[in-house]
Structure formats: C-alpha cells, structure tokens
Design a protein around this ligand. Structure first.
Ligand SMILES: NC(=O)c1ccc[n+]([C@@H]2O[C@H](COP(=O)([O-])OP(=O)(O)OC[C@H]3O[C@@H](n4cnc5c(N)ncnc54)[C@H](O)[C@@H]3O)[C@@H](O)[C@H]2O)c1
Ligand SMILES: O=c1ccn([C@@H]2O[C@H](COP(=O)(O)OP(=O)(O)O[C@H]3O[C@H](CO)[C@@H](O)[C@H](O)[C@H]3O)[C@@H](O)[C@H]2O)c(=O)[nH]1
Length: 450
C-alpha cells in the first residue's frame, strides 16, 4: 500500500519504518527539516534500539523515504497516517493545534479518495472534529480511522511488529477492510470498533497501567512501614492470571511523554461531561508524591539538611533504552535539589543532551560515566535502571563516594550486591535490604480506628 506518515517522531518514525518493513511504500513527513535532513543522510534523530538498521534496510529497498513536502506525500499516498504530537496544555488537556494544522494541510493537498488515520492519542470525539475540518476544505471523499498506538519507547520495534492487539476505530466498511489487510501480517488480534471507543481504549489502557503502577507504589510505601518486601508481594500477586505480573514494579513513579499526559487528559475528558474521575486523580497524586520519596530519604539521612551536600544522580531518561526525558522524574528531583542548595552531578548514557535542552546546562555538573558521577559525592541516587548502572561493582562505587549512601529508586540492587559493603542503602518497599539505617519497625497496633 502507499502510505504517508505525518510526524516523524517517536511514533511516526517507528510506525513508518515498520509499515515499510511489511512491504508497503512509505513516505515519512515532518515539518522539522532538521529531522528530515538527519534521516536523509542516514541518521536517526532519536535513540531507539534497532531502528537505524531497520530504517537503512527499507531505504535501501526503496520502500521508505523522508520529506518535509506534506502535499507531495499526500498526493502520492492512499493512506495518510497522522502521528504528530498532542502535548499537554497547562490545564492537562491535550493540545490539538498540531493535529488540526496537519489535518488542514492534508485537506488542501488531497487529489482523490484517501483513508485518513489518526495514530496520535486524541480525546474522544477528536476524529469526528478533524473530519469536519477536512470536509470543509476539500471536495474529495475520504474515510476516517482511529488507530491508537500502544508501542513503548525502548522496545518500540518489537511492540510494533509483534503487537498484543491492533485497535481499528472506523465507520466505513471499505476503510475497515483496508486497515485489517494492512495489519494482518502483524497479529490475529485485530479489534474493529466504532471511532469513539477506539479513542477511549487508548486512554483507558494508559490510565489502567498507570493505576497499576501507583497501586504497587502505595503497597511499597506500606511495605516499608510494616516490614514486607514489595518485590515478593508483586511476584506473588502477579501469578494470579487475573492480575498478571506486568506494571507492578515499584519505583519513583511513572514518567514519560504518555502516562503523565494521558492520565491528566482523561481526567479532563471526564470533567467535560461532568464526571469526576476520583480514582485517576488519586493515581496522579500518588505518582507525584512517589518522585519525592527520593528527596525524603535523602533528608532523613542528612538530618533534614541538604544545603551544601553533593548528590550524584544516575539516570535522566524516564526509563532505560530511550533518550526521551519528557516528564522524567529526574527533572523534578534535580530541580528540587538544585533549588535547595545541593551540588548535583549527573550522568545518563544517552539522554544527557535532551535533558540539558529542557533543564538548561547550568546548575549541574555533567559527567561522562557512572563512577565519575559518583566521585566525591555525599550520596548517590539511581533514578533510571540503565544496565550500565546495574553492572557497577558496589565495592568500587563505595571507594569513590565521599560517603557511601545509595538511594536506589528502581530496586536495581539485591542483597548479594551489597555484601561486603557498608552502604547506607535505601530502595523502594524493601525494608529488609535497608542497610545502615535499620529502623525499628513499630509494633503493629491490634485494632485501628481509621
Ligand atoms: N512516544 C510514545 O511512546 C507514544 C506511544 C503511543 C502514542 N503516542 C502518541 O503519538 C503522538 C506522537 O507522539 P511522539 O512521541 O511521536 O511525538 P514527537 O514529538 O516525538 O513527534 C511528533 C512530530 O510531529 C511533527 N509535526 C508536528 N506538526 C506537524 C505537521 N503539521 N506536519 C508535519 N510534522 C509535524 C513534529 O515536528 C514532531 O517531529 C502523540 O499523540 C502521543 O501521545 C506516543
Ligand atoms: O512496572 C512498572 C512499569 C513502568 N514503570 C514506569 O512507567 C513509565 C512508562 O513506562 P513504559 O510503559 O514502559 O513506557 P512508555 O514508552 O511511556 O509506554 C507507555 O505509554 C505509551 C504512550 O501512550 C503507550 O503506547 C505504551 O503502551 C505505554 O506502556 C516509566 O517511567 C517506567 O519507569 C514503572 O514505574 N513500573
């Protein structure tokens, strides 16, 4: 099939490359000419494992091209996939200006029947609004499809080529058949729904996963007080098929360009129809607090006095295997430390440039590797579970730190890693591993009035 993908970011680029890999002819469009120049010279503007190789192979096979000429790409294609950003507005609602602008450009460029597909995450009803916009600008016929995307950064190629399911929201049998045909090679699990339900499936899925994370983080916080181990609790829960083991890793809360944005957007979607989504508001609140547990632990260790300390930070990306720092917990944690007079040293294997672009270069000492970051610091906080950090020998780490204090925000280290060290060690929801700060567990009250 002939496909144009509008927006060549984390989603559009991966989707475009994967549709080409299936044998389609794909033109990826972006108005950011810097990105298009990088792509046309054989580079990849983002860090995503496996993407460069797959892109190169499909360009060489003449199935994949990159351009900033949107009208040209639309005219050569039968299916137009919108994958532009829908970032949050200050009140949490999705900013639809990019997608509306792109829809109008498509309308102006149309030269015949097209299937116009929205892969961007958009509030319920947006596909219909976009269709109205387009209809007013073109005499040509088209069908609308909502095709929500479920890939995760860091495993985006695998998620795209072996998805758990494909959701196709559509109201035209012709467009439904074409979209099923396009996705058939990927999975048998293709669910065709109405357009509004498809839009809602995306938000509901992200909100549910975020809820699992906030739930296990609260369980972790309780584990710390009652002397249970959250990793064992999660394992035990996960064997129940009705619960499942995924998204039960306690840590410093979820970040990234999706969960924080989409949970807040769903609260707004509900609010617009006079529904107070209380559960999801709590999920967001719990997540916000979870980030600051790292700070609370530092304050406990330093007797409340952070001013003048040197703190090393390992990890700036919101998760490993990506350079994306959008809504990364590291942004708020480092901001707080710097504002409170802490000297921060930081390192991330790939996300340092993006972090500096958002945070600024000032106020933080940027380091080249894990041990250089730890050198001379009064404490170390691990915020992203990159393999590079998990591989560090803790005895060597202890020898370069000024004080052996390790706050492990991702439960990377195990009891055996700590053997032979005398770290003050705090992780998340695993009080039995806390070293050097053995707190007396309170006797549990027999009856509690809550
Ligand atoms: N990042 C993810 O993991 C992920 C996963 C699933 C869904 N989504 C959703 O997919 C959408 C895209 O997310 P992303 O992370 O890829 O965003 P992104 O910011 O990485 O990429 C968006 C791209 O669109 C381009 N763009 C904007 N307006 C344009 C126009 N008029 N013409 C051409 N290009 C234009 C921008 O220059 C940018 O390169 C969002 O709605 C997001 O919520 C993202
Ligand atoms: O058990 C877990 C799992 C994840 N996280 C955190 O949750 C965030 C999101 O992680 P992940 O889901 O792996 O990455 P994303 O790339 O943000 O992917 C999510 O957001 C995308 C954009 O909507 C969706 O397409 C994906 O299905 C959805 O998983 C990260 O900060 C993780 O550290 C946890 O804290 N504990």
């Amino acid at each position: 099939m002939n496909i144009a993908v509008i927006g060549t970011g984390y989603v559009g680029l991966v989707s475009g490359v994967c549709f080409a890999e299936l044998g389609n002819r794909v033109i990826c469009v972006d108005k950011d000419t810097r990105k298009i120049d990088i792509l046309n010279s054989g580079g990849i503007p983002i860090y995503e494992p496996g993407l460069k190789e797959l892109s190169e192979a499909n360009r060489a096979a003449d199935r994949l091209a990159f351009t900033s000429d949107l009208p040209g790409a639309v005219r050569q294609s039968d299916i137009i996939i919108l994958a532009v950003g829908t970032p949050p507005l200050p009140n949490g609602e999705a900013n639809l200006s990019y997608i509306e602008e792109a829809a109008l450009e498509i309308a102006e460029a149309m030269n015949g029947y097209k299937i116009i597909v929205v892969k961007s995450t958009v509030p319920v009803g947006t596909n219909e609004r976009l269709s109205d916009l387009i209809r007013r600008r073109t005499k040509h016929l088209f069908d609308s499809v909502s095709l929500p995307e479920f890939l995760r950064e860091g495993s985006a190629i695998k998620d795209s080529l072996q998805p758990d399911r494909i959701i196709i929201g559509v109201d035209s049998p012709l467009a439904a058949d074409t979209m099923v045909e396009l996705h058939k090679p990927l999975t048998e699990q293709i669910v065709v729904t109405d357009i509004r339900s498809a839009e809602m499936i995306k938000y509901a899925s992200n909100a549910f996963l975020a809820t699992k994370i906030s739930f296990i983080n609260e369980i972790a916080n309780i584990c710390e007080k009652v002397g249970a181990d959250v990793t064992q609790v999660a394992e035990g829960m996960g064997y129940d098929k009705r619960i499942g083991p995924a998204y039960l890793k306690a840590g410093i809360g979820y970040g990234g360009s999706c969960f924080p944005k989409d949970t807040r957007a769903l609260i707004q979607i509900a609010g617009h129809v006079d529904y107070d989504f209380k559960l999801l508001r709590s999920v967001v609140e719990v997540n916000q607090g979870q980030r600051f547990n790292v700070i609370r632990k530092l304050e406990t260790i330093f007797g409340g006095e952070l001013q003048g300390r040197t703190v090393a930070v390992w990890g700036l990306a919101f998760k490993p295997n990506t350079d994306d720092v959008r809504d990364s917990p590291a942004l708020e944690i480092i901001q707080f430390l710097v504002e409170n007079g802490v000297k921060v040293k930081a390192h991330d294997p790939v996300a340092m440039g993006n972090f500096q672009a958002l945070f600024g270069k000032e106020g933080v000492e940027w380091c080249n590797d894990a041990l250089e970051t730890a050198q001379g610091a009064d404490a170390l906080c691990l915020l992203t579970e990159w393999e590079e950090f998990a591989d560090v020998d803790l005895k060597q780490l202890q020898s370069v730190l000024n004080r052996p204090i390790l706050i492990d925000g991702r439960n990377v280290f195990e009891e055996e890693d700590l053997l032979g060290t005398n770290f003050v060690y705090y992780s998340v929801g695993r009080p039995s591993l806390n070293q050097g700060v053995k707190e007396q567990l309170p006797a549990l009250p027999f009856v509690q009035n809550l």
